[in-house]
Design a protein around this ligand. Structure first.
Ligand code: CA
Length: 447
C-alpha cells in the first residue's frame, strides 16, 4: 500500500472514530512578534493507554534548533500527550546522530530527532549510511527558522566581508591569488550549514569549490582554529556564531535570516519503521512538540528558555551569550547591530505563516541545492516529487495538529509555500526548480 493510500485509510479511520475530546485542547497560535500566553492552558492529559508506547529516544545537537524538543521534555508537553518516557539524547555531532539512528533505540541508538536537511533523505536513500544501507525516515515537522549565521575570524575585520561579498572587491579571491586561501568550516557536509555558506559565497561571486577550502570540522576545533588564525569562517547554528563575537574571536558577516528571511532550517524526523509501528505515539510527540514551539515563540518565555539551555546538561553556555539572539539582538561584531525579533530563531510562526509545518516545497529546495553543488545527480529532480511524497509526512503533522485543536488558520492548506526569494534577488519557484538552477551563475551542475 502506498503512503498516500495509508494516509487515506488512516484519515478515514479517524473520521469514523472521531477525535477524542480529551485531546482537543485549543492551542491558539502566536505570531513571532505578537506573543500570547499559551502556558496556562489547563492540562488535560491524554490517556496514556491511547499510545502504543510511552517511550521514544530522540537525539539533539546543542544548538538553538533543538529548543522545541528540549522544552517539550522540560515543560512536560510530551508527557501531557501520553509520551511520559521520551528520552532526549545529546549527540556528540551530526555523524554520531546518523550512526545512532542507523542502529535505532533497540540497538542502543535513537529513534530519530533533530536533523539538518536533507539528512533524512540521504539516510533514506542510503547515501550517508554504512554500506549504503537504506533506512527509510519520515520528516514530521520543522523545528525552527533562522538562528544560524556565518562567523568570520577577527583578522578579516574592515575588509567588507559582509552580507554582500561583492562589496569587498574580490577580497577572498585575492587571498587565493596571494597563496592564503580562505578556509571555512561547517559541521556536516551537504546539509543546511554547508548550503548557507555556499549560497552566501556564490551570491558574492566566490566559488565555494575552487576559490576557498570548505571543510567539515567540529565546532570547538573550528573556534580554536579561528582564534589562532588558521581558520577563516564558520557556518553554524546559535549559540556558536554569537559566541564567536562575544569571545572577540571574530565577527558575523551574515545571519541566515538575512540570506533568506523565514528560511527552512532543521527538522524533526524519525525512522519510518518506528512511526509505522507507533502512529498514535508519533502524533502524541508532534502534539507535544507543537505546544513547545508555541511556548518557545512567546517572547515572555525566552529569558527562561535561555536560562534552561545555559545549564550544563544542555548547551553549557553562559546565559548572556544565549539570551540576546533569542530576542533578535545581534551585535555582529563589526559595528553592525541587528535588533529585530522577526530575525530571531522562530519555532511556531514567522511572517510567512507556519514554521512547524514541513512544506514539501522546502524539501524540494534542499534536493535542488544538492543538485546545484553536485551532491546528488541532476536526475534527482525527475524523481524528487515521488521521493518527497515518501519521506515528507506532512499528513501526519496535519492529523496531529487537527487532533490537538490547532486553529485552522495555523494549518497550511498547501504543501507548497510558493516562490521563495533570496537576498540577492534570486527566486526559487518550486514548480520549476530547473529555472532556479539556470538562474544561478556559480554552480557545479551543468543545466
Ligand atoms: Ca542549523
Amino acid at each position: 500500500m502506498s503512503n498516500f493510500q495509508n494516509q487515506f485509510s488512516r484519515r478515514k479511520f479517524l473520521a469514523i472514530a472521531g477525535t477524542g475530546a480529551a485531546t482537543s485542547i485549543l492551542l491558539k497560535g502566536c505570531g513571532g512578534n505578537t506573543p500570547e500566553t499559551t502556558t496556562n492552558v489547563p492540562v488535560t492529559t491524554n490517556a496514556s493507554g491511547d499510545v502504543e508506547t510511552t517511550k521514544a529516544k530522540l537525539g539533539y545537537i546543542p544548538i538553538v534548533e533543538s529548543a522545541p524538543m528540549l522544552i517539550a521534555k522540560e515543560k512536560g508537553f510530551f508527557a501531557k500527550y501520553g509520551m511520559t518516557d521520551v528520552e532526549i539524547s545529546k549527540q556528540a555531532n551530526w555523524g554520531a546522530a546518523r550512526d545512532n539512528v542507523e542502529i535505532g533505540s533497540e540497538g542502543g541508538g535513537i529513534d530519530g530527532g533533530q536533523w539538518q536537511m536533507p539528512m533524512p533523505y540521504l539516510i533514506s536513500m542510503g547515501k550517508i549510511t554504512k554500506g549504503n544501507k537504506k533506512i527509510p525516515m519520515y520528516v514530521l515537522a520543522q523545528l525552527n527558522t533562522h538562528g544560524n549565521g556565518i562567523a568570520i575570524a577577527g583578522k578579516h575585520k574592515g575588509k567588507k566581508v559582509g552580507l554582500n561579498l561583492n562589496d569587498s572587491g574580490g577580497y577572498i579571491q585575492k587571498l587565493k591569488a596571494d597563496g592564503k586561501k580562505f578556509i571555512a568550516a561547517h559541521t556536516f557536509p551537504q546539509a543546511n550549514q554547508d548550503f548557507w555558506i555556499r549560497y552566501w559565497l556564490a551570491a558574492g561571486g566566490v566559488n565555494p569549490d575552487t576559490d576557498i577550502e570548505l571543510l567539515t570540522v567540529p565546532s570547538a576545533q573550528t573556534v580554536a582554529n579561528m582564534k589562532t588564525g588558521t581558520m577563516d569562517a564558520f557556518s553554524t547554528g546559535d549559540p556558536w556564531p554569537y559566541r564567536i563575537v562575544a569571545d572577540k574571536t571574530g565577527f558575523m558577516s551574515a545571519l541566515t535570516a538575512e540570506v533568506w528571511k523565514n528560511h527552512p532550517e532543521e527538522y524533526l524526523a524519525m525512522r519510518a519503521d518506528w512511526v509505522d509501528k507507533h502512529p498514535k505515539a508519533t502524533k502524541a510527540i508532534l502534539k507535544g512538540l507543537m505546544e513547545a514551539q508555541q511556548w518557545c515563540d512567546n517572547f515572555d518565555n525566552r529569558k527562561e528558555m535561555a536560562e534552561i539551555f545555559a545549564r550544563r546538561e544542555y548547551f553549557n553556555v553562559p546565559v548572556n551569550v544565549l539570551e540576546p539572539p533569542f530576542f533578535g539582538k545581534y551585535d555582529m561584531g563589526d559595528g553592525r547591530i541587528i535588533d529585530d525579533r522577526s530575525m530571531a530563531a522562530l519555532y511556531w510562526k514567522d511572517e510567512k505563516g507556519s514554521v512547524s509545518y514541513p512544506y514539501k516545497s522546502h524539501d524540494l529546495w534542499f534536493l535542488t541545492e544538492s543538485v546545484r553543488w553536485g551532491f546528488l545527480p541532476v536526475e534527482t529532480l525527475d524523481t524528487a516529487k515521488e521521493m518527497i511524497d515518501k519521506v515528507n509526512r506532512e499528513d501526519i503533522w496535519k492529523e496531529a495538529a487537527t487532533e490537538a485543536g490547532i486553529v485552522a488558520a495555523d494549518i497550511p492548506s498547501s504543501t507548497s509555500r510558493g516562490v521563495e526569494k533570496f537576498f540577492d534577488g534570486i527566486e526559487f519557484d518550486p514548480e520549476n526548480p530547473k529555472a532556479y538552477l539556470q538562474s544561478l551563475k556559480i554552480k557545479k551542475v551543468s543545466i
